[in-house]
Design a protein around this ligand. Structure first.
Ligand code: NAD
Length: 437
């Protein structure tokens, strides 16, 4: 099929490359010239495992091109909208200006029978509004909402073989032309057994908001348990293992730590609350305010624990922070809890040096006031405390004996509860986890 992908960020670049991998002819369109230049040279403009190999693989077939020129969409029949929906400045709601600009920019190039497919995460009601806009301009074009569930760090695999597809079309009609078009786009994963659900617009939009709210709630639940464990002298990691063995609960997403961040969960739960308020259903989501508050409290707690670890004062203390990305296997630092903690420590007088295998360039842009070092060895050198804040594999595997010889005082705060406390203590370290004695 002839496909355009509008917006080539973490979602769209991967989507474009994967659609070409599935055999379609794809043009990726973005307003960011630097991104388009890199993608055109088969270089990934951000770190995502497997993306660069995939770009090289498909670009040699000639099925994947990139441009900043929206008129290139006129050669396509299906147009995926993958632009950002960040939080509005000073408000909880989503900023829809990029989605609106992308769809408006596409209108002049729509032909009869074309299908516009929204993938961005949007407030419920957006699809119905945009369908009117599209059909006001081209009455024989269609609009569907097909929310995206990929995880950064696993985006290629999640796009090529997702858990499920959700198609939102008017009346949840199986016979809608957009359903047939999407079935053809995704024929390979559908043929391999991926489930697909057809829903109305509002339900499809709400599936994404509900899924992210559930995940955020699960993380904040276990972090709330960590707070109680700390007060009671209990161990939240054992508690999580034990409750996770009940398959109604499940062990995934029950790792207590410094909380969630990134370009999705925090802004998505806030946008969901804001939209529910507009719809008069705000009471239904007041619990998300607590989920958000528990999450933000983790960051303050880590700062307090670091102060305790440093015998009551942060002033002038050298703190080494391992990890800047909001999660491992990504260079995404949007709302990264690690960087937020690092910045708060620095504000309180500590001298903070941050390292990360992939995210330093992005981190420098967001927090230029912090010190950065691309080597763990020099980052931890002479440190008064080491904080593991993003659980990259290389940090989980650090040798406490080797590291102990490099720091000034062997104190570690394991912000993700991924280290073996007995091993670190045996090597002479003062170890603190979150929600663990
Ligand atoms: P991003 O900021 O990485 O990418 C957005 C891209 O859109 C940017 O490259 C930007 O230049 C481009 N853009 C903005 N306006 C444009 C326009 N008018 N025309 C063409 N391009 C334009 O954001 P992202 O992380 O890729 O997220 C995109 C959407 O997908 C958001 O709604 C997000 O919530 C959703 N989503 C993201 C993920 C994820 O893991 N990143 C997962 C699921 C859903």
């Amino acid at each position: 099929m002839q496909i355009s992908v509008i917006g080539c960020g973490y979602l769209g670049a991967v989507h474009a490359a994967c659609m070409a991998k599935l055999g379609h002819d794809v043009v990726g369109i973005d307003v960011d010239e630097r991104k388009i230049a890199e993608l055109s040279a088969a270089k990934a403009p951000f770190f995502e495992p497997g993306l660069e190999d995939l770009l090289q693989d498909v670009q040699s077939t000639g099925r994947l091109t990139f441009t900043t020129d929206m008129s290139a969409a006129s050669g396509s029949d299906i147009h995926f909208i993958c632009v950002g929906t960040p939080q509005k400045k000073g408000e909880n709601g989503a900023d829809m200006k990029y989605v609106d600009a992308a769809v408006t920019g596409l209108l002049p190039y729509l032909k009869s029978g074309d299908v516009v497919v929204g993938k961005s995460t949007v407030p419920v009601g957006t699809a119905a509004r945009l369908a009117e806009l599209v059909q006001g301009h081209q009455p024989d074009a269609h609009l569907a909402w097909n929310p995206e569930f990929l995880r950064e760090g696993h985006a290629v695999n999640d796009t090529l073989s997702p858990d499920r597809f959700v198609y939102g079309v008017p009346g949840a009609s199986e016979d809608h032309p957009a359903v047939m078009a999407l079935d053809e786009v995704y024929s390979t994963p559908l043929g391999a057994g991926t489930a697909r659900l057809v829903a109305d617009y509002a339900t499809a939009e709400l599936v994404k908001a509900a899924a992210n709210s559930f995940l955020a709630t699960k993380i904040s639940f276990i972090n709330a348990m960590a707070e109680v464990c700390e007060a009671a002298g209990a161990d939240v990691t054992v508690l999580a293992d034990a409750i996770g063995m009940d398959d109604r609960i499940g062990r995934k997403f029950l790792n207590a730590g410094i909380g969630f961040g990134g370009g999705c969960l925090p802004k998505d739960i806030r946008a969901f609350m804001a939209r529910a308020g507009e719809l008069g259903a705000d009471q239904a989501l007041t619990f998300l305010r607590e989920v958000d508050a528990i999450n933000m409290r983790r960051r303050t707690r880590v700062v307090e624990l670091t102060r305790e670890l440093c015998e009551g004062s942060l002033m002038g203390k050298r703190i080494a922070v391992l990890g800047a990305a909001f999660k491992p296997e990504s260079d995404d630092v949007r709302d990264s809890p690690a960087l937020s903690v690092a910045a708060q420590l620095q504000l309180q007088g500590a001298v903070v040096t941050v390292t990360d295998p992939e995210a330093l360039a992005n981190a420098v842009k967001r927090f230029p006031e912090l010190n950065y070092d691309d080597s763990v060895d020099s980052c931890v050198s002479k440190a008064d405390a080491v904080l593991l804040l993003t659980e990259w594999k290389e940090y989980r595997e650090l040798d406490p004996f080797v590291l102990g010889g490099q720091v000034s005082v062997p104190r570690i705060l394991d912000g993700r509860n991924v280290l073996d406390p007995a091993k670190w203590r045996a090597a002479g370290w003062t170890y603190r986890g979150l929600g663990r004695p």
